[in-house]
Design a protein around this ligand. Sequence first.
Ligand code: CTP
Length: 417
Amino acid sequence: MPPASDLRFLGKRIVLGVSGSIAAYKAVGLLRALAREGADVTVVMTKSATRFVRPLTFEVLCGHPVATDLFAAHQEMLHLTVPERADVIVIAPATANVLAKCALGLADDLLSTMVLSASCPLILAPAMDSGMWDHPAVKAHAEALRGRGVTVLEPEEGPLASGRVGRGRLVDEGVVLSAIEARLCPRRDWVGQRVLVSAGPTQEAIDPVRFISNRSSGKMGYAVAQAARERGAEVVLVSGPTALEVPPGVEVVPVCTAEEMTKALISRFAWSTVTIMAAAVADFRPKRPSLVKIKKDGASLQKLELEPTDDILEMLSKQKTNQVLVGFAAETEEVILSAKEKLKRKGLDLIVGNNVVAEGSGFGSDTNAAVLVDRVGRVTQLDLLPKRALADRILDALRELVVTSKRRAHPQPYGRT
Ligand code: CTP
């Protein structure tokens, strides 16, 4: 048992809402994890959730009666008193129906009534079939909730109860715990920092229809932008084409090509105190993109001539005054060696190296096992972490470098001091 001071949620009152998905059984594990971290948890179940798991299971584990019925609870006004005392409400799993009710403000059972009367942060961990998660109505509800500051976790991809494989699985309990931590104990240690982040791939036109791009999903850069914003920084996110929601409070500058990304970053670099290049910028682009669609039957595409794009980090490094400059190194082998070499060549303060072909890491995945190498040669190997948790670790490592950068009287790019 860790010392009480190490318990993440000691003294926190958490309402755990459980709705009617097959993933309801996973809420039992989540409840145990919350209790282990010292939280005082009240469980509220929807009627359909009780068909998957008996309330008694939760009652035994949390030590409180489980509330399920609005009318029974009404006598004690539980729909008002429980959320009033709560530090956070977490609904895991959240069905499409619960998501819709929260978005629309419907209150036809105890859980939805509590959500409506609560003023504490709300976290939803959706679980449903991929077809439902992809439905425009569900997407719109998730987006509306995020726009109101509700944390809606992106479900995971994998095998689903229906037998299909797709996005819709309830996230691991570690992801829910990190989300709770971020909402309960937001560290405001980045107030006063102006953070410029790049994310996603770039697209380089071959002709008006086709382009060269890469597998970057943008998730890492978006997670960094979100973490910096939540910790108090002003954040501008220069984003290549992605399918991701812009984190609340982050200003986004959408770009498509490496050239557009270069311009967007160069023009904002002087404003920033920290610039983090998480984008996967194309290294090459077609030399002469065709203005008309290239026909497949012609002889016109026997050879695609490419030219290199500018290395944005190297350009920024040359303009650097006292900004802290961070790069990523996407590698398939010799991660630390390559990361060190890129740190030096690109004049960086910190580089985040990762093996993009390792299990659980790389493009599109929700987790990453990264290694941090800083300008003074420190190497920190991190465990496999959700990208949002990794973003926090990167910001933690940068705090120190930001302070030292401020202290340098006449800061010089790396290697010239
Ligand atoms: N980067 C950049 N401009 C480019 C290419 C990459 O600023 N034209 C940045 C990336 O955003 C990343 C870092 O450089 O932060 C390293 O990118 P990576 O693709 O790992 O390395 P490259 O420099 O492209 O080198 P290589 O492809 O040879 O590994």
